[in-house]
Design a protein around this ligand. Structure first.
Ligand SMILES: [Zn+2]
Length: 137
């Protein structure tokens, strides 16, 4: 089984080495060249509704799996503890379903964020409302 290496970088280098994950915490993303060998740049944003990265014992894990349904190779793999586990190629239908799910996850995440933000600012807005009401009366 092929193992991959990882490096922490401040910004994504112009030239990427194969079988290397570039972890860029400042921009919340991980970038690598597609592991199938087609060498297309694959960008995985990190976030609650996106990918998460785990570094332990000098290994790297990325979850969920990386499905390159938008690429010609349609490769699909897991990276767990610096090892690559291949999954069957992504079909056009799977890609469409995954893209729709990603959109839903992101929309749900943004909705939660907004609710959280509203809750946090509620006392301030309430005070402003009362103040405006007092001035109006
Ligand atoms: Zn590929």
């Amino acid at each position: 089984m092929r193992t991959i290496t990882h490096v922490l970088v401040d910004s994504v280098p112009k030239v990427l080495a194969p079988h290397t994950l570039y972890v860029c915490p400042g921009y919340d993303l991980v970038v690598h060249l597609c592991l199938c060998g087609c060498a297309t740049k694959v960008v995985t944003p990190l976030g609650p509704a996106e990918w998460s990265v785990r570094l332990e014992d000098d290994t790297i894990s990325l979850t969920p799996s990386i499905g390159n349904g938008a690429l010609a190779c349609r490769s699909h793999y897991w990276i767990t503890r610096s090892r690559v586990r291949w999954l069957p190629q992504i079909t056009a239908r799977q890609h469409a379903v995954a893209a729709a799910r990603d959109d839903r996850d992101m929309a749900a995440h943004l909705a939660r964020e907004r609710v959280w933000w509203r809750r946090l600012t509620a006392p301030v807005r309430l005070r402003a409302q009362r103040w405006r009401a007092r001035r109006a009366s």
